[in-house]
Design a protein. Structure first.
Length: 139
């Protein structure tokens, strides 16, 4: 990696200012050669009416981490990343704590990228499994 892990995390978290990611309190917490991980607190702000994590908030977390990973791993300042397809299976409820989404690249094309993004709770139990396709658009 060209930049330090800390510098990349700082840049990812700075991109969240005044966006949906800031509203949902999404924080990027880890970057490796092949993955990017972000976490989101599970509070009433992201609950559905019956007091558990809203699936839409989970999908927003997954798309945020996958899109950030595309930006980091493609290393091209002349492109914009957009999510073009997302599919999520929600398998476990969460009422409080944090959920963690880790994006791992399955296909790193010049135009499209395919991401595998499990979302887990603090005990590393699967909450949702997300597949995200991103596209690289020239600015």
């Amino acid at each position: 990696m060209e930049q330090s892990k800390e510098a990349m995390l700082k840049a990812c978290n700075a991109m969240c200012k005044d966006t949906l990611m800031e509203t949902l309190a999404i924080e990027f917490v880890d970057i490796s050669e092949n993955t990017v991980t972000a976490r989101m607190p599970v509070t009433p702000r992201v609950h559905q009416p019956d007091g558990v994590l809203h699936g839409g908030a989970s999908v927003a977390l997954a798309e945020s981490v996958g899109s950030a990973a595309s930006v980091l791993f493609l290393k091209d300042e002349n492109v914009q990343i957009r999510g073009i397809e997302i599919a999520a299976n929600h398998v476990k409820s969460v009422k409080e704590g944090y959920v963690y989404a880790t994006a791992t690249i399955l296909h790193k094309g010049r135009t499209t990228q395919l991401w595998h993004i499990p979302i887990t709770n603090i005990n590393k139990e699967l909450v949702s499994l997300v597949k995200l396709t991103t596209i690289c658009l020239r600015k």
